[in-house]
Design a protein around this ligand. Structure first.
Ligand code: SF4
Length: 216
């Protein structure tokens, strides 16, 4: 979306919100995080990806999707002629969810209460970004932003026009899930992510050609 002349630039609004979030202690994930992973990318991007939450490398660096899953996402973007400069990437929860047993630290899925506690940050972030298209990466993101109980196998790649944050929203497979597949299943899953990103890119192009929906 193009900001009006009277809007503060998205980049400034996002930087202020990120600074505010960096000291958040609204849920127990604050106790074990190294960094709040707020999100990054083009602050005026029409296409926003929302994943589940940071992993070890994201927690260590404070940047989203920087591990193997991030590399795969970068590859799939590049196959669609895009880089991170063209999109914005963030997560449903901003701090790493993990299980600590002695010296072992393992990722775990964020709990519903943690997702709920973090949702104001995501909502404020998306309200600033006002993208044309949101792509939820993985079931937890889709269940948070599209509808509860989202069934990834049946509903992946389908467009929804129900989000208060973007005219169009869909879900794609999370790159970390794709990396857990092997052989033909890996090839098919990776190909589905490339196709879903292509579909999202096309949706942005089509939406920009259409006149905006207004009441009058
Ligand atoms: S996960 Fe979200 S709500 Fe919980 S401490 Fe981190 S920023 Fe705050």
């Amino acid at each position: 979306m193009i900001p009006s002349l009277f809007d503060e630039p998205n980049a400034d609004q996002l930087a202020r919100l990120a600074a505010e979030a960096s000291t958040c202690t609204a849920c127990p994930l604050a106790d074990t995080r190294t960094n709040v992973v707020f999100g990054e990318g083009n602050p005026d991007a029409p296409l926003v990806f929302v994943g589940e939450g940071p992993g070890a490398q994201e927690d260590a660096t404070g940047r989203p999707f920087v591990g193997r899953a991030g590399k795969l996402l970068d590859e799939c973007l590049l196959e669609n002629g895009m880089t991170r400069k063209h999109v914005y990437i963030c997560n449903v929860v901003k701090c790493r969810a993990c299980i600590i047993e002695g010296s072992s630290v393992q990722n775990r899925a964020p709990r519903p209460a943690e997702i709920s506690a973090c949702s104001p940050w995501l909502e404020r972030q998306l309200a600033i970004l006002r993208p044309i298209v949101i792509v939820c990466l993985g079931g937890p993101s889709a269940s948070t932003l599209i509808h509860s109980g989202f069934r990834m196998l049946q509903e992946r790649g389908k467009w929804f026009e129900t989000s208060p944050f973007a005219p169009y929203i869909m879900a794609a497979l999370h790159p970390a899930y794709i990396l857990r597949q092997a052989g033909p299943a890996y090839t098919a899953a990776r190909s589905s992510l490339v196709q879903d990103i292509a579909s999202a890119r096309l949706k942005v192009i089509e939406a920009r050609k259409s006149p905006p929906k207004t009441l009058f």
